[in-house]
Design a protein around this ligand. Structure first.
Ligand SMILES: CC(C)(COP(=O)(O)OP(=O)(O)OC[C@H]1O[C@@H](n2cnc3c(N)ncnc32)[C@H](O)[C@@H]1OP(=O)(O)O)[C@@H](O)C(=O)NCCC(=O)NCCS
Length: 221
């Protein structure tokens, strides 16, 4: 069970406010265009959020019944909320087609650290897009300017108190093997399993962590 006990740690974290959507450069990879979300993405986002095979892995667990619900899930990543989140549209580079969403959707999450997540339309699974997205997005996240901060984090979400390496957390269900493969291939480390009771149902979760200060490209900065 997740604990309510928090500790104070000193660390470096991406400086708030984060860059506004209007200032974020597009990221391109071999096959993807990763860009800021826009109000006009609502229809494509709705297609994603009405795929039950995708939504079963989200906290909601089911598809959005109405477009208003989908809009309420897009608004946290549009101005003015873009200054505290960094969730992006994942598009095919060749056509610009929107195929998913991913990035930091909570900063801080309830455990105290920033949290990353992603979801892709089902027909695009199994082609390496999840890993291609996350690896590129991690570089963007790791290269953001940092500020020294003192933050409260859940006791189990850190090895010790005092000065610690900055963490970026991802949480998956124990049974979500594809997502865990994406995390491991992108440089995350599995570090803790816990249960959460949601609507009377116990969900087995696993937390992964990524330490931006340990990545090669930041070491060189
Ligand atoms: C998680 C998700 C983004 C992965 O996207 P993707 O583009 O298919 O990911 P990749 O192709 O980069 O990697 C998938 C890995 O899972 C593996 N995999 C896929 N299905 C699997 C299964 N049923 N059992 C075991 N491994 C599986 C693939 O083989 C691949 O690993 P490998 O390269 O070591 O062989 C996508 O499945 C998705 O959107 N899922 C629904 C939303 C979700 O779960 N989000 C994450 C919440 S924590």
């Amino acid at each position: 069970m997740a604990s309510d006990e928090f500790v104070t740690v000193k660390t470096f974290l991406p400086t708030l406010p984060l860059p506004a959507n209007s200032e974020r450069a597009e990221i391109t990879t071999n096959r993807l265009l990763i860009r800021a979300l826009q109000p006009g993405d609502l229809a494509a986002f709705r297609v994603l959020r009405t795929q039950q095979d995708v939504m079963k892995w989200t906290k909601a667990g089911c598809i959005d019944e109405t477009i208003e619900i989908t809009k309420s899930k897009l608004d946290p990543f549009l101005p003015p909320n873009d200054l505290i989140t960094a969730n992006c549209a994942i598009c095919l580079k060749d056509t610009g087609e929107f195929i998913g969403i991913g990035g930091c959707h909570l900063y801080p999450a309830s455990h105290g650290w920033p949290e990353v997540g992603y979801m892709l339309r089902k027909e695009q699974w199994g082609q390496g897009f999840g890993t291609e997205f996350l690896s590129a997005w991690l570089r963007f996240w790791s290269e953001l300017p940092r500020s020294k901060r003192e933050v409260q984090v859940q006791k189990e979400m850190v090895d010790r108190e005092g000065s610690v390496d900055e963490h970026l957390i991802a949480i998956t269900e124990v049974s979500n093997v594809p997502s865990q493969r994406v995390l491991l291939k992108s440089g995350f480390e599995r570090f803790r399993e816990f249960d959460e009771v949601d609507d009377g149902k116990t969900v087995n979760l696993v937390a992964f962590r990524y330490l931006p200060s340990k990545t090669e490209w930041r070491k060189g900065l």
